[in-house]
Design a protein around this ligand. Structure first.
Ligand code: CAA
Ligand code: NAD
Length: 284
């Protein structure tokens, strides 16, 4: 089945990026968030990223307009669901929020619609169980920043059909990405490996081994990472990092995945990294 209409649920940093690459690939896109302001802010971020591409000569002004013209905004989940061939959910990393959205989407979407989640770590099988179409539910895990990063982890739930899997692999390729199939275990591959490293870097701050700046320098200059782990944690969002560590800890029952108390403290303080203006670093 050739998909034409893509709805993106959540217009934050990931949802905005996914809407952008989907519109760039020629899909008709509906972008949803909880309020007019949030959905409008999501579209404005896409508009300014596309403006930068125009300034760099990578895109014409007409192409920019055409891409933006393919994106419509809504705050109504029924509207986002009603004509979609593929829905990609990118809201907060909380099972109860995602499960409720999938149950409602199952009600609003046509019977052929594929429901994908951009979850970083939560079980696709459990999200699928919130619907009556588990064979059409799948993980489609983009990386941040979406317009730049090539990878999409594609995660089959226990009941995901081969048809759904093939359609999503093709959609990821049409969006210019390289899809990689992984199995449904906590954190999949990417965050099972990345997030314990970030958590360990936070423990190193917590235990006074070195400053955040020094830790980031070590990993950038010593390991050639493009960003140090604490800069990357701020970039991802400290709330998202904490929820991923909690999923790993609960899912594997192994103390090696316990979230660092300093990470919990920052999230409780509302220090969520770049998106809130403060995390391991300050952003103004
Ligand atoms: N959104 C969109 N585009 C962006 C961007 C953003 N936030 N930040 C940078 N870019 C673009 C720039 O416009 C530039 O584009 P052009 O090549 O067209 O000019 C390109 O990226 C390179 O940018 P810069 O030269 O300004 O900066 P850089 O070379 O330092 O690269 C980076 C920036 C690509 C973000 C790089 O620092 C990097 O790769 N960082 C690590 C990112 C990473 O690890 N992502 C995975 C996070 S984990 C995850 O996503 C999974 C999860 O579930 C948590
Ligand atoms: P974010 O905080 O930037 O955006 C989340 C958006 O979801 C917000 O705009 C919020 O208003 C909206 N939202 C919350 N509840 C909603 C609801 N009930 N209905 C509609 N919208 C709702 O978060 P993000 O970084 O974009 O992460 C979103 C998802 O993508 C999470 O599952 C996260 O784990 C995953 N993810 C994040 C990254 C990353 O690096 N940040 C990378 C890959 C995957």
């Amino acid at each position: 089945m050739e998909l034409q209409r893509v709805s993106v649920i959540g217009a934050g940093q990931m949802g905005g990026g996914i809407a952008q690459v989907a519109a760039q690939a020629g899909y008709q896109v509906v972008l949803l968030d909880t309020t007019e302001e949030r959905v409008q802010a999501g579209l404005e971020r896409i508009g300014s990223l596309l403006s930068r591409s125009v300034e760099k000569g990578k895109l014409s002004a007409e192409e920019r307009e055409a891409i933006l013209g393919r994106i419509t905004l809504t705050t109504d989940l029924a509207v986002a669901g009603q004509d979609a061939d593929l829905v990609i959910e990118a809201v907060v990393e909380k099972m109860e929020v995602k499960a409720e959205i999938f149950t409602r989407l199952d009600e609003y979407c046509p019977s052929h619609t594929i429901l994908a989640s951009n979850t970083s770590s939560l079980p696709i099988t459990e999200i699928a169980a919130a619907t009556r179409r588990p064979e059409q539910v799948i993980g489609m895990h983009f990386m941040n920043p979406v317009p730049v990063m090539k990878l999409v982890e594609v995660i089959r739930g226990l009941a995901t059909s081969e048809e759904t899997f093939q359609a999503v692999m093709a959609a990821a390729e049409r969006m210019g990405k390289t899809p990689v199939e992984v199995n449904d275990y906590p954190g999949f591959v990417s965050n099972r490996i990345l997030m314990p490293m970030i958590n360990e870097a936070i423990f190193a701050v917590y235990e006074g081994v070195a400053t955040p700046e020094a830790i980031d320098q070590v990993m950038k200059l010593g390991m050639n990472h493009p960003m140090g782990p604490l800069t990357l944690a701020d970039f991802i969002g400290l709330d998202t990092c904490l929820y991923i560590m909690e999923t790993l800890y609960e899912g594997f029952g192994d103390s090696k995945y316990r979230p660092c108390p300093l990470l919990r403290k920052y999230v409780k303080a509302g220090w969520l990294g770049r998106k809130s203006g403060r995390g391991f670093y300050s952003y103004s």
